[in-house]
Structure formats: C-alpha cells, structure tokens
Write a protein that binds this ligand. Structure first.
Ligand code: NAP
Length: 533
C-alpha cells in the first residue's frame, strides 16, 4: 500500500471518529487514518469553548459504554461535564488506545471523490495532500458548520466578534467590555449568565424565546460516583433502552391521567430535579398539544416568577412553539441573569437589527454601542458539514445536488450513489434527538459489523438504492409526524434557521431502541436494502 492510501479514512476526531478508529483498526485490523481539521481532538468540544460551554447530558450517560475498563477508570467531576473536562476525557481514551498515532490533525478535507474505475475514494486536503481509501466514514458531527447571520455592516465592526462554535483557544477577556449577544438557543442560554458576570454590560438580542429548565449542576458526591461505578451494566442497558439514549426513563403516565394537583406536583418535582429529564415528566408531552400546553404553561409561570422586570419576563415567555419541540435548553441562572443591573434584553422581533457599524448594533428603534459581539446563532446542522466536504459519488453525482431538496439517506448510514461511504449519525438517524454518544456507539458498531461482513464475503463495494432511501425518508417523516416536532416554524431540526435550506425534518424521531431494532433486522436479513458487489 502506498503512502496516504488506506483501507478506511475517517473524517473527524470527536466521539464518533475516535471510536470508529478503534473498532476498525483494533478489531478489524484495517489500515486507518483519521483526518481532523482542528489542532486537537474533541470534535464539537474542540471548537465549543465559549463561556459556560458544558454538556446538557448528565456525565454518567455522556460517556462511552463500549469499554467497562474506561468506564471504571474515568471519573467525572460534575453532574454535567464542562467542555475542558470532555476534551480531557477524549484525550484519555485516545491515549489509552494509542489512537493519536493514526490521527492527523490540522488537516481539513476539502473534497472527496469516488473513483469508479478503482472503486476508491480520493480525498484532497487544504494543505494540498491527497489520500485514497476504500471506505470513507464521515464522523463530522451534526452541528459543526457555524451560522453567522449575514447582517449588513458586520465587516465594518471595529470591535471583536466571535461565533460560539468557533471560540478562540485562549480565554476571551470580557472585563470592562460592553458585550452584545445575538441568539438564545441552548448555547446562548449557557453563555449569557457567564458573560454577564464578567462584562461591564451585556445586551441580549433575542429573536425567539426559548423554554429552559434549571440544570441544577453540581459537583458529584463520593456516593454518586460509587453508585455510577457499581451500576455500569444497568446504566449501559438503560441508555440503550430509553428512546433518547439518556440515563432516565420517560414516565408511562399521560398528562391527564392524573388530577391537576398531582400534575402540578409532578412538574414541581421535575423542575427541582432539573435538566432534560423534565421532558420525561409525562409520556405525551411531545405528542399531544393539550398535554404540551399544560407543561409549557407551568414553565411559563416559573420563568415569570424568576424574572423581576415585567417587560423582560413578557419578552422571555412570548413562546411560539411547544416545549421540547425545539431542542430544549437547560441552564444555570439564565433567567436570573435578567435581574442583574448590567443586563438588558432586546426583542428583535419587535425592534429588528438593521445593521452593524463600526461601534455597535443598530436596531430599528435603538442603537447599542458595543466592544464585543457574540454570535450564538447556531449551525447549518446535519447536512451543512457533509455538503461542505464537496463529496462526489458515482456518475459525478455531487452530494450538494443530490440533496438539493433535502437529505436523502438509507437509515442515515448510507447515501445512494456514494458507495463505500458511511455517515455516522447522518440525517435520517436518531442522532440529535438522543444522547449523542449512545447513538454514535450504535452506528459505529453497525458500520464495523457491516464492513466485517464485506471482508468475510469478499465484497468490494456496498451501496444502497434511491428506492430504499425514498422509503426510509417516508419512515422518518411518519415518525416525526406522530409528534409535535415538525409543527415548529423556526427549528434547526427542519433546517428552518438557514436561509433557503429545504424544509425537511432531518433526524429520525421514532426513538433509538426502535431504530436500533430496524438496523439489527436489516443486518440479520443479509443487509436488506444494501447492494454488495
Ligand atoms: P440554535 O438552537 O440554532 O439557536 C440559535 C439562536 O440564534 C436562536 O435563538 C435563533 O433565533 C438565533 N438566531 C439565528 N439566526 C439569527 C439571526 N439572523 N438574527 C437573530 N437571531 C438569530 O443554536 P445553538 O444555541 O448553538 O444550539 C444548537 C444546538 O447545539 C442545540 O440545539 C443543541 O443540540 C446543541 N447544543 C448542545 C449543548 C450541550 O449539550 N451542551 C449546548 C449548546 C448547544 P430563532 O430561534 O428565532 O431562530
């Protein structure tokens, strides 16, 4: 095999890329290379270092389960791991299995082209290197292409500006600064309280209010750490059994199975527990509008009680979507932040941003002088990064063109016309509707089994058909339509946050166990829907 020629190339060195490398290299003995754009490993957590960046999944679930040894050796310090601790964890895993030697950092893939004659993928990088590989596996994450809105005059701004998803590696010093933050999704909700503590003044520009439940983060006690270590098998089973891959169950009770008093008590109990678990308070919250209204009203009441400024409280609770139907944020003192003297909130639906000039942001009715602007404006999620890789398949088919009307995949794992290419947590898989490491492990293991099957049977090529992809697309739509998720107007699940992006509900909403079963059945049925040559 010549230099830069591999059995498998994996793009990305986050949770998915590291595990995929381990499986293909150490289990199947393939000659592998990971190409990573960043100067370090960590994927999402390499780039997201903004103030307050931490995971919304509890640490005892935001972890690899494939190795009990890792699980027992590693100890998380907080209920929700911070970005630096997650990077430390992934570096520990990487060192443990000597993954680093097969990871090439500072290497951005700028194109991937399938060569039909040789049945190989040819990859070009920004530093002018060429790689060839039999199997191409994208491990690029679902939310990695940042969205900086095209606001008139941004290039004239003389202060500093940052997108949260591309945060500088050194701390940004906000002290004495007037900061403007645009965006109040999961990221903005984490960032604002921390920025407000450091900055002279913070102005938050909110387009759409977002529900958020207190995270109730804490340092883990010795007892809890012991409980986690003693329950590896139980926790491993639990994350695989629950629809969203978290280590908590969703109640079997329906909202109106219980009387008003009990319902309120339940809401209070889950509000106190904190975090994403609030979604599990009743079974029908994201499927029944009346049930959702009940939970949404509870949250609205809670938020209004926290925020003292009545005008701000109104702006923060003027919801346009059902709770949990956009990715629900969780927070540490987000709503409390609006009680600080140095924080101001602007409703840009009523007073839209017109332009940015040398010294600040101009809205229709006001002007805000700023030293720093923080864009917490989200991502071209699920498809953006894959499309930006400039992937070309059989018959010169470009992924960008094939997905012109929205992503089409078979199981979110393969794309018709792009042989020997696998997409870890691709569109059409549960991915972002679940705890990512759980979804990643399922995909990586399925892909590894599939490649192993090919090797055993001496198959050189796997592909899928347009027909299967269209059929799977229907199942993805049907699963979403059983919920209230597609009713949201502005949701990145639907691509609605990116101008001109086709409106398609991208993740599979039927739950991880159902999806896993479908994938297993397909595997056990000689990979039905896949074609081997
Ligand atoms: P997001 O949920 O897409 O939120 C982006 C925010 O920016 C929204 O408030 C949006 O307003 C606003 N915005 C976008 N374009 C705008 C424009 N042109 N003008 C004004 N406002 C604009 O992005 P995110 O908060 O970065 O979160 C993305 C996802 O990352 C999350 O949903 C979650 O899955 C993941 N995440 C995970 C964690 C974690 O686990 N630790 C933390 C953070 C994020 P509209 O709502 O009106 O569009």
């Amino acid at each position: 095999m010549t230099k830069n020629s591999y059995d498998a190339i994996i793009i990305g060195a986050g949770f998915s890329g590291l595990y995929q490398l381990y499986k293909l290299r150490d289990q199947l003995n393939l000659n592998c290379r990971v190409l990573e754009k960043g100067s370090g490993i960590g994927g999402t957590w390499y780039w997201n270092r903004y103030p307050g960046a931490r995971c919304d999944t509890e640490s005892h679930a935001y972890t690899y389960f494939f190795s009990e040894e890792i699980f027992q050796e590693w100890e998380w310090s907080e209920r929700y791991p911070g970005h630096a601790e997650i990077r430390k964890y992934l570096n520990y895993v990487s060192n443990k299995y000597s993954l680093n030697k097969d990871i090439q950092l500072d290497t951005e893939v700028i194109s991937a082209t399938y060569n039909e004659k040789n049945n190989l993928w040819i990859l070009k990088t920004k530093n002018d290197e060429t790689f060839t590989t039999k199997f191409l596996i994208t491990a690029v994450g679902c939310i990695s292409t940042t969205n900086v809105p095209d606001i008139k005059g941004l290039n004239k701004f003389e202060g500093e500006y940052y997108h949260t998803g591309n945060w500088p590696k050194n701390d940004v010093d906000f002290s004495g600064k007037k900061v403007g933050q645009i965006g109040t999704g999961s990221t903005g909700i984490q960032a604002a309280p921390v920025i407000a503590e450091k900055a002279k003044h913070l102005t938050v520009f909110q387009r759409t209010p977002n529900f958020s439940v207190p995270a109730r983060n804490n340092t883990l006690t010795k007892e809890f750490k012991k409980y986690v270590k003693n329950n590896y098998n139980e926790l491993k089973s639990l994350v695989k059994e629950t629809p969203n891959g978290h280590a908590f169950r969703i109640s079997e009770k329906l909202t109106f199975d219980v009387g008003e008093k009990e319902r309120e008590q339940k809401y209070e109990e889950f509000w106190e527990k904190g975090g994403l678990q609030f979604r599990g308070v009743f079974k029908d919250i994201i499927t029944n509008k009346q049930a959702n209204d009940s939970a949404s009203n509870f949250l609205k009441k809670k938020i209004s009680q926290v925020v003292k400024n009545k005008e701000f409280a109104k702006i923060l609770t003027n919801f346009d979507h059902p709770y949990g139907c956009k990715r629900p944020p969780i927070d540490t003192n987000y709503f409390e932040t609006y009680n600080r003297d140095n924080v101001h909130l602007v409703d840009i639906k009523k007073d839209p941003i017109i332009e940015i000039d040398k010294t600040g942001i101009k809205t229709e009715k006001n002007y805000f002088k700023l030293d720093t602007i923080v864009f917490a404006t989200g991502y071209d999620a699920m498809t953006g990064t894959l499309i930006n890789l400039n992937i070309t398949g059989e018959n010169s088919l470009k992924l960008k063109d094939y997905w012109n009307e929205g992503p089409k995949t078979y199981l979110g794992l393969q794309i018709a016309g792009f042989p020997n290419m696998f997409t870890i947590t691709g569109p059409g898989s549960p991915s972002v509707l679940t705890n990512m490491p759980t979804a990643i492990e399922q995909h990586v293991e399925w892909i590894t089994n599939c490649i192993s099957f090919m090797i055993k049977n001496d198959f050189k090529k796997i592909t899928t058909s347009e027909k299967e992809s269209v059929e799977w697309g229907k199942q993805v739509k049907e699963a979403a339509d059983k919920t209230l998720l597609p009713t949201v107007k502005h949701s990145w699940y639907l691509g609605a946050n990116i101008p001109n992006k086709p409106r398609v509900f991208m993740p599979y909403a039927g739950g991880l166990p159902t999806y896993t079963k479908i994938c297993e059945n397909i595997k056990n049925n000689n990979y039905k829907g896949f074609l081997f040559y």
